[in-house]
Design a protein around this ligand. Structure first.
Ligand code: NZQ
Ligand code: ZN
Length: 390
């Protein structure tokens, strides 16, 4: 059965080699004054920065460089909003991975707000307006290019917040897989782990249906196959293009229309980890995934694992169900390990002594936990997941 649902994505996707050539006509729709936002310099190394400057030579381009992975409110968002106000920016052009796109979304609303921007991000005040946002994606991972969310860290509060609002959907996302050829093995693996986790977060939900299961599981298969190819051959267009397209779809919700909500519990846990320890999002998720699965495995969830076992890993359907569920969990562990992710949080610098504090933080700050969760997690369960992930 397909449950009632509301689905809306206004973002235009333009996908393929050289789609950057559409940039001037896309930007022209919104105005002359452009805020170009980017990260630590990868776009300069691959020649993308020069290409953009050439294409936008007739526009007034102001720059915000140096946006950090796990973008920070106090630095990048505040500075970006200030630049928008000072230069009467008409459109923001975000060029980079999820961090740059997320930061630019936050800037797009904070620039149109006179109070403290964190009020918007923390959900205290509802944003009324935003500056149009266009992006050129350079890393396949988060799906920020096709959703209305951003994830911003307030360093002083150790608070990494997911913030969603329809007014932050990008207007246009230009997706050229060749710009991801230069992504290193670590980010390729972590980005793919992130997208696989997005599919799992939607898969472990009730009610669910066989059609959505098919979309989500086929998505996982595609990601698992192509990441191995991209890790071997960085410039393999076929693999990079499949990774890019799947990552774009994986966080948008379109693959689980009509299914129940899951609460995205692994993301709640990971956001606390990167809020406290600034770890790479996809790595944190990969480590948590098998431990969370072990925690929620019960008679109620068993069939979800069995369907994954049969449809994703092609296990023999006559296998004992509990044994199959445990094999599914082990397969995910081994898969993440095989793409180069260390499967213990301590290897990423997480301090075990702060687990209790993080568990409390998650329960206090994450509104998606609780009644919308597929399997509710209390403080003791969060502590168990974090401890076994160490
Ligand atoms: O800063 P530069 O120099 O650009 O380098 C980046 C950065 O160091 C590099 N990189 C990006 N494109 C590259 C490249 N290096 C070489 N060649 C390229 N073409 O990769 C590093 C990581 O970039 P980042 O943008 O941080 O990675 P990702 O795309 O994984 O984004 C992670 C952030 O997105 C949030 C995460 O929490 C995290 O803060 N998320 C956003 C979501 C959303 N908006 O829907 C959902 C996700 O679940 C996630 O929470
Ligand atoms: Zn994610």
């Amino acid at each position: 059965m397909i449950n009632n649902f509301y689905y809306h994505t206004p973002t235009e996707l333009v996908f393929g080699k050289d789609v950057i050539n559409y940039l001037p006509e896309v930007i022209k729709r919104y105005g002359k004054n452009v805020l170009l936002t980017y990260g630590g310099g990868s776009i300069k190394k691959i020649g993308l920065y020069d290409k953009i400057k050439e294409l936008l030579k007739d526009f007034n381009v102001i720059e915000l460089a140096g946006i950090e992975p796990n973008p920070k409110y106090e630095t990048s968002v505040v500075e970006g909003a200030r630049l928008c106000k000072e230069h009467h920016i008409d459109v923001i052009l975000a060029v980079g991975g999820g961090s740059v796109v997320d930061c630019s979304k936050a800037i797009s609303v904070c620039a149109k707000y006179d109070g403290e921007g964190w009020d918007l991000i923390s959900g205290k005040v509802k944003a009324k307006e935003s500056i149009p946002l266009v992006d050129i994606l350079t890393l396949s991972a988060t799906g920020s290019e096709y959703d209305s969310g951003c994830v911003i860290t307030n360093i002083s509060k150790n608070d990494k917040r997911g913030y969603m609002d329809d007014i932050m959907f990008p207007k246009v996302s230009l997706l050229d897989p060749t710009y991801t050829f230069s992504v290193n093995k670590w980010q390729t693996a972590c980005g793919t782990a992130d997208a696989i986790n997005h599919l799992l977060e939607q898969y472990f939900a009730y009610p669910n249906n066989s059609f959505n299961d098919g979309l989500l599981i086929e998505g996982m298969k595609t990601l698992m196959k192509n990441v191995k190819i991209a890790l071997e051959e960085s410039n393999n267009y076929d693999a990079r293009s499949e990774l890019m397209y799947l990552c774009t779809l994986a966080c948008n919700g379109i693959l689980s229309n009509g299914s129940g909500s899951s609460g995205w519990p692994m993301h709640s846990i990971e956001h606390a980890l990167s809020g406290y320890f600034d770890i790479t999002h996809g790595a944190g998720l990969a480590i948590i995934t098998p431990r969370w699965m072990k925690e929620i495995l019960s008679n109620r969830t068993l069939e979800r694992f069995v369907t994954l076992g049969i449809r994703l890993f092609e296990f023999d359907s006559n296998m004992d169900k509990e044994e199959m569920a445990n094999k599914v969990i082990d397969n995910f562990y081994q898969f993440f390990l095989s793409i180069g992710i260390p499967m213990h949080l301590k290897e990423l610098g997480v301090d075990e002594n702060r687990i209790e504090e993080m568990a409390k933080h998650i329960l206090q700050h994450d509104s998606t936990l609780g009644e919308f969760m597929y399997v509710e997690l209390d403080e003791a369960a969060l502590i168990r997941i974090l401890k076994t992930s160490m």
